[in-house]
Every structure is written in C-alpha cells, then in structure tokens.
Design a protein around this ligand. Structure first.
Ligand code: UT7
Length: 330
C-alpha cells in the first residue's frame, strides 16, 4: 500500500551565535539561570531584515539535494511557522517564489511547536490519497526580531532561537514510511502562550500605548506550559504506540520538540525511556518552534543516530495548546 516517506531533509540556522552571556549584557539574567532552568547555552539569531522564508529556502534546497530532486518536482508546499515574514500572505507563497515554481500550491500551518507534525500528517494524507507526489514540508522561524530583549521580556527572550528544517515527503511502497500520527489541540489554553497584537480582534490592531506595554511581544505562563507539556507528551506517546501495536521498548530513537531540556528529561523519566535514545540539541539552538523537530531529526540522521530500519518517534508540544506524536519507520 502506498505510504509516505521522508526522501530527504535539510536544515539551516543563521551564522550569528548569541550566548547566554551575550543576553546577560542586554537584560538581567545569567548563564547559570538559563542553563539550570532550560539547558540552553546559545542560540542563533538573524542579522538585519531576514524573514522565515529566507531561512526556509536554504533548508529546502538542502532537502531537495538530499532527495535528488529539483524545485520543479515539488507539487505542494507546506510551511509551518508562528513567525511568518508578513501578516499575510503566508510564507509558503514567499518560499514558492524564492524557489521559482509559480503555480505550485503553498499553504501555511499555524500550529507553533507542533507545526511540523501537523504538516507531516497533512503531507502523508496528500501522498496516500494520490493528491500529491512530492511535498516540501518546512518549519522555519525568526523569533529574534519579535522578542523583548529587555529584563521585562527575559522569561521568554532567553528561550528562543531562529532556524529552519525541511523535508521532502514522497510516496513509498516499502517499509520505511510514516506509520501514524496522533495530533491534538486545546484552545481553552490559547492565552497561556500567545502574541496578542497586532491581530484582528484588537481595534486598533496596534497603538502607541500597546507598543509601550509590549503587547506585541510573546507572553507566557511558563509554569503552566511546562506542566501541560510533561502531562500531554507521555500521554500522546503512549497512545500512538498502543494504537499501532508497539511498545515503548520498540522505539529506537525519540526526537522530541526542543522547548526546554528539563521538560524532555522529565518526559523521558516519566516514560522510563533510555535517555541515550533521546535526541536533544536545545543547548545549541534554543527553542526554534516549528523548526526544532526537523532540525533535531536531520542532525540525528546525519550523525548516524537515526539509521535505516529504525523506529523513530517524533513528539511535539506548544502554543495553542497543540501537541502530537508521529511514528516513522526510517
Ligand atoms: O514550546 C513551548 C514553549 N515554552 C515552554 O515550553 C516553556 C515552558 N516553561 C519553562 O520552560 C519554564 O517555566 C521557564 C524556563 C520559562 C521558567 O522557569 P521557572 O522555573 O518556571 O521560573 P519562573 O517563571 O517561575 O521564574 C522564577 C524566577 C522569577 O523571579 P522571582 O519571582 O522568583 O523573583 C522570575 O522573574 O526567575 C525569574 N526569571 C529570570 N531570572 C533570570 C524569569 N526569567 C528569568 C531569566 N533570568 N531569563
């Protein structure tokens, strides 16, 4: 039966490295606080006017090269981001123009840290149904231009990094395939992690007073997000495994979203899963939201931690709230 598989992947982070000590020069924070609470040591931030589609193009071209394909082979673009280049149109359209493939449908996915998993399920459905052959799925974020880098915004500012991860998803009759995905959302908790302005429900969408109050910056109830993450992630992991007749011991590699090393350590402990089988790279990149799972997965493929034939489990949690888990036979 036709399924979908990841034919090639690519990732990119901008060259500028921002260390915890660099941030300590901008706001009241310390390397010790950031390292102890999050595991993050540094992140990459863009210089100047660089939008998500620019990072996405580099990651996408890498994924195409790895798959041995050209932009002309793509028949659908899925672009997962919470930091689109523009309020509208979507970054998928901008990426399509950058790749020089006018006419190819392009759609944005607004599911934050779970965006790549929502996109992978969508790509899988398109391919299984025969509606598409080669889907370019990319998660890309530029957070650095949208965070408050003063002490007022320090709880959020220290967490986020810029980057992009991409995959070419295509058809397969073989064993290597996306096995199943389980996705969830709970909008009752939308306001525990959000950017409220500019947005349609605000009239005016942005005012000098709102700017002064910093209402255009992300706001987060960190403790609440943490608590939800460590409950929902083990739940959805157990559920997708059970539904597909697997035990946790069948999983060779777990690639979780990179929001906080402490969240991933707690989830790993709660599951009783071997920590050496978990891919974590938040130390280098911070939280790159929709880009975090594909960047971590691609790094693990490149350095040999993810090998052909293995059972790989992807898991994500973030604003929305949204969360999910995807099983892939590599
Ligand atoms: O993809 C999903 C995105 N988000 C997440 O997954 C975030 C989940 N939550 C977290 O990771 C944690 O809640 C944080 C790392 C954000 C915060 O850790 P916490 O242990 O929950 O700290 P807290 O917010 O309770 O703050 C503790 C103290 C506060 O000071 P007081 O009130 O105790 O005097 C904060 O003002 O730490 C202070 N603080 C900081 N101090 C130094 C907050 N941010 C910073 C900072 N540097 N950057």
């Amino acid at each position: 039966m036709t399924g979908s598989t990841l034919l090639g992947m690519g990732h990119y982070v901008p060259p500028r490295v921002v260390t915890n000590n660099d941030l300590a020069g901008l706001m009241e924070t310390t390397d010790e606080w950031i390292t102890q609470r999050t595991g993050i040591k540094e992140r990459h931030w863009v210089d100047g006017n660089v939008g998500a589609s620019e990072l996405a193009e580099i990651a996408s071209r890498g994924a195409l090269a790895e798959a041995g394909l050209t932009p002309q082979d793509i028949d659908l673009i899925l672009f997962a981001t919470l930091s689109p280049d523009l309020n509208f149109p979507g970054s998928g359209c901008l990426l399509q123009a950058r790749l020089g493939i006018p006419g190819v449908p392009a759609m944005d996915i607004r599911n934050q840290c779970t965006g790549f998993l929502y996109g992978l399920k969508t790509a899988d459905a398109y391919i299984r149904s025969g509606m598409a052959r080669h889907v370019l799925l990319v998660g890309a974020e530029v957070h650095s231009t949208g965070i408050d880098v003063t002490t007022r915004g320090r709880d959020v500012a220290v967490l986020f990094g810029d980057g992009a991860g991409a995959a070419i998803v295509g058809p397969t009759e073989g064993a290597a395939r996306v096995i199943d995905s389980e996705l969830h959302a709970d909008g009752r908790f939308a306001e525990i992690l959000m950017v409220e302005a500019p947005a349609s429900r605000m009239n005016p969408r942005l005012s000098p007073q709102m700017l002064e109050e910093g209402r255009h910056y992300p706001k987060m109830d960190g403790r609440s997000v943490f608590k939800h993450a460590v409950e929902r992630l083990p739940e959805v992991i157990h559920s997708v495994l059970k539904k597909n007749g697997y035990a946790l011991s069948d999983v060779d590699v777990l690639v979780p979203h990179q929001a906080n090393l402490r969240i991933n350590e707690m989830v790993t402990r709660q599951l009783g899963f071997a920590p050496e089988k978990v891919v974590n790279n938040i130390q280098k990149y911070g939280n790159t939201t929709a880009a975090s799972i594909p960047i971590a997965l691609h790094e693990a493929v490149l350095d040999g931690r993810v090998k052909k034939g293995q059972l790989v489990l992807l898991a994500g949690f973030g604003a929305g709230l949204t969360w999910g888990a995807t099983l892939v036979r590599w």
